[in-house]
Write a protein that binds this ligand. Sequence first.
Ligand code: ZN
Ligand code: ZN
Length: 575
Amino acid sequence: MVGFELTKWVITSAWPYSSDVPHLGNLIGSVLSADVFARFHRLIGDSVVFVSGSDEHGTPLEVEALKRKMLVKDLADQNHARISQLFRRWDISYDNYTRTESPVHKKFIQEHYTEINNNDSYIFTQIERIHYCPHDKRFLPDRFVEGICPYCSYERARGDQCENCGRPLNAEQLVKAYCVICRGPTELRETKQWFFDLPRLSDYISDYLGRAELSQNVIRFSRGWIKDGLRPRSVTRDSEWGIRAPFPGAEKKTIYVWMEAVLGYVSATIEYFEKKGAKEEWKEYWFKQDTKTAFFIGKDNIPFHSIILPALLRASGKVYVEPSTISSTEFLLFEGQKFSKSNKIGIWIDEALEILPTDCWRYALIALRPESGDINFGWDSLVEKVNTDLNDTIGNFVNRTLVGVSKFAENSFNLKYSDISDEFKKDVQEIRNRHLAIRELYETIELQSACREIFNQVASANRFLSATEPWKAVKNDKPRALAILYVALSTLKVACSELYPIIPETVKEIISQSGLFKTNGGVPQWDDVLIDNELPIKTRDTRPVFSKTSASVLKKKLEDLRASKAESKAINANN
Ligand SMILES: [Zn+2]
Ligand SMILES: [Zn+2]
């Protein structure tokens, strides 16, 4: 406990688009990393609110609903339910996983933009030319309009980006633009839009970047944006789907999704405490300056969190807590290629759980987290993590130690620290030092390194058992065999805390087999490292916690799964 203070944390992961099931790259980049970080902070006793939600007001969902002849709201409900359920199955420990359709979020957005509008006129209007469909009698934002790419002549470039050459587009640039609803030609019409005067907050943002303890890549990225000159950001869209703009005269407009979802971190905290019946408590997290906030996001989202979010918060006139940690990873590649939905490259988070237990994925993804460069995730690296790390090392060590307790200690281990020799006390000290080093890696979000050090901790305990051979010692020197076991149990106990953020279900199983963390009802506590608190130790129903697999088995399972899905789709289409 000494030297560490309890901290309030708001921990968040990027809001997934509700139009797609995330793939493993999305998961490791934000959701899973945030979960591990949140679990770690709860484990050391910090006060954590971990929130996120489905980002639902983008045009892709609207276009998809049109294609399926569904109400957008119905599709949004369906997708939100599906994604929420998947995150539960991945053991993501959100305190509140909400959605941008939540009434609390909508109310917050309208109030917040009213505050910005009333405060020193950070909102102004300007006339823009936007594609309009005379047949459908509506404006066509971003993805509602397609046409020929002015750069590469690709014929189905979207209003916001060309999928073929990857260039971002302004819809006005499209050649022979057409409406995606009726395929008819469009015309450019003038419409009034409301803008957020971001340039006026340039100095504030520069100061913030100077005082915030953000990582170098975030600072570099953000300073680059400022150097190029901040531009006003449009806040409104001529669209039905979304949150009504609260500005006088903007009754038929909605708030642009990019300027709305990013404020969901605050509204999700408000909603969390409302559900708990502590309506005002969210202010402790967003206005008390000793709170820390951590955002786990994709690389391309950095400026939205380091520039636009703090600017939108500041423009309200209220002094919100500024983002203190912005964490993004490099890219996870699948078998050497970028994840791609259209080319079916990668594994999606719903499929993954059908072919391997959740904790195997969680461990492998953290062990291969792309922290200092892109990392290739493939069948071989996955299988190596499962077989070598989890089964042969961690699983084997747990089992050897627990079998030792039941065999050499007649299943009632009762030795104290004061009973063991200095030689073994030194080993126990070494284990505690490693425990502290792993804590630091977690705190600095070096999750891949933390995972490797935990593995090293357990691997070295496994070698210790092989070298000291307690199964031989027990025959002629039982006190020595028990002292060896004391050292092994010390590793087992700290490893439970260290592994809990990464593989929570397996750790629960190990604790159930070993009866550890008695004083805390079987829940790991980072600072409780002493075996003496656990005596007598008795095992229950010991059995292996992992099993081996092979790449060919996993590939076959995935192929079968995809084939059966394709078949059921075909059957539905025929009916
Ligand atoms: Zn193009
Ligand atoms: Zn049309």
